[in-house]
Structures are given as C-alpha cells and as structure tokens.
Design a protein around this ligand. Structure first.
Ligand code: F3S
Length: 290
C-alpha cells in the first residue's frame, strides 16, 4: 500500500508563523497566554499546554508579568490596546494577510467611505476587521444581503481571507449594481485554503482511500473532507492515528493523505508512519495467505 501526500497540506503560512512566535516567547521564559485558542487543533493545543501556554477568553484575564498573544485572526484596535495596557508584552501574531484587510478597512473609513466585508459576521477575523472601521463597515455573508445595506458612500469591498471566490465576486457585483457611486473591489482571499483543496482534489481521483488530518471543529479540514469525498468514497476526517480502522484499508493499493491548515507537521508524520506500518502488516498477512 502506497501512502501519497497531497502537494499542499498542513500549516498555512499564518498559522506556522503564529506557532513559531509562541515558541519563541516560551523560549524567552515568558508566561504565555493566547487570547482564544491559537489554532483549531486539539493535539497541537495540548502540546503547547504542556509547554505552559494557556488560553484566555477575555483581555481582562491577562495580568502584569504575562505575555499576551494575538492569534492569526487578529483583534480589534480596542482589544489590542487593552492587552497592551494589561500585559507585560504583547506578541501580535495576526497573519499579515489579515493585517492587510484591517489596513484597507481603516484607510477607507478614514476617508469616510463604507466598507463591505464579505464573510461571517461572528468570525473572530471579521470582528477584528470591523473594529478598524467603526461606523463604516458592514460584514455580510453573500450577495443576498446586499439589498439590506443602506445607501453606500464610495464603498470598498473586501473579503474574509478564507471565503469562496465565487461568493466574493457575486457579492461585489451586487454592490456595483446597488450604487452609482465608485466601488473599489479588493480581493483579499488567501490562497492557502484553495491550494489545499485543489491539491486534495487532484490526488483524490488517484487513490482508493483518503485520510484528512484535522480538528473536527476546523472548518477548512471539514471542507477538505467534502472535496475528497466527491472523488473518493472512502475519505475520512481523523484527528489521530487511533481513529484509523485497519479494515477500511484491506485491498487498498493507494491511500491519500492531506491535512488542514492548522494541523502540525509532527502529527502528520506520525499518522503517515502509522499508515505505512498498517500497509506493511496487511501485505505480510496477504503473503502468508498466498
Ligand atoms: Fe493567514 Fe491564509 Fe493562514 S490568511 S492564517 S495564511 S489561511
């Protein structure tokens, strides 16, 4: 049984950078607290917890002497200020692609223009971006919500970094139809999610079984599962190697592996090794039968 990894998988640039920044803070002896879980991967969170990293839900929980970490999603300027006032140090691990959206929103708001952000209003990234354009930004899910917007002033349309391109462009078109004012459209979608999906799709048609390694609450991992299932019926979303059922691999010649953007490399390697061991066992038992 051959184990084949997709061309793109695992940590995206922003998550890798955030984890590295936390590691660096730990190695400097800091007492590190992240505002919200650093990433959607329970195994990596457990590993960081063993290194002393704890999670807080509100900035008010941070104390002097502690290092506060802003995760890749970013926060509002108010939250950042509160952290800076309370913590001894703030490590800002906001993904640079998210910072770009924040800056674009702030610039448009400073020019008294409206900002339409296409995304999920309750997503932390969107809450953070909205904070950069108070009284000027509207976060809407898709084009169906454009009609409900007020009259727009020279709107800027940007996107949550992880949404589908079609949703973004359809919404931008709906905004253009709504107003006669100039509309500026800046595509701020990050390619990491799409690259992982394209690579998984390319591999799914060539294998008999597919394992997607990722947290059950990681939306990009759940999407990867859906993409793989389209071409490979035996596709499974797993968090650890213990969830692999050997019976699913009987008769399988090629097994594909990919991982969500918050799945660490050490976990992927562990699972790939486990799959290779299963492959060897199954082939040994087959030769014995023959
Ligand atoms: Fe950043 Fe894209 Fe990852 S926005 S956090 S590199 S998914």
């Amino acid at each position: 049984m051959k184990v084949l990894l997709a061309n793109e998988y695992g940590f995206c640039f922003g998550v890798e950078r955030a984890v590295e920044m936390v590691e660096e803070a730990i190695s400097n002896g800091a007492s590190v607290r992240t505002l919200g879980p650093l990433i959607h991967n329970p195994q990596e969170m457990q590993r960081l917890a063993h290194e002393g990293v704890t999670t807080i839900q509100e900035p008010v929980q941070i104390k002097r002497g502690e290092t506060a970490v802003i995760r890749a999603h970013g926060v509002t300027p108010d939250v950042q200020k509160e952290l800076e006032e309370k913590a001894s140090k703030v490590v800002d691990a906001t993904c640079p692609f998210v910072t770009r959206v924040q800056k674009l929103a702030a610039r448009a708001a400073a020019q008294d223009r409206h900002v339409i952000v296409v995304g999920s209003p309750d997503h932390p990234e969107m809450i953070g971006v909205k904070g950069y354009a108070p009284d000027h930004a509207f976060v809407i899910r898709d084009e169906t919500e454009v009609a409900g917007l007020p009259e727009l002033r020279r709107p800027l349309v940007v996107s949550q970094t992880t949404i589908k391109a079609k949703t973004f462009f359809d919404t931008a078109d709906a905004v253009r139809s709504k107003t006669k004012d100039t509309v500026e459209v800046v595509n701020t979608i990050c390619s990491a999610t799409r690259d992982r999906q394209d690579a998984a799709r390319a591999l799914a048609g060539m294998v008999d079984a597919f394992y997607i390694i990722g947290g059950r609450h990681s939306s990009n991992s759940v999407k990867l599962l859906a993409v793989c299932k389209e071409q490979c019926e035996k596709s499974f979303l797993i968090e650890t190697e213990e969830e692999i059922n050997e019976n699913d691999l009987v008769g399988v010649e090629r097994v594909g592996v990919t991982a969500g953007a918050s799945t660490p490399d050490w976990l992927i390697r562990k699972i790939v090794t486990h799959l290779e061991e299963i492959g060897e066992r199954l082939s040994d038992s087959l030769s014995l039968k023959l």
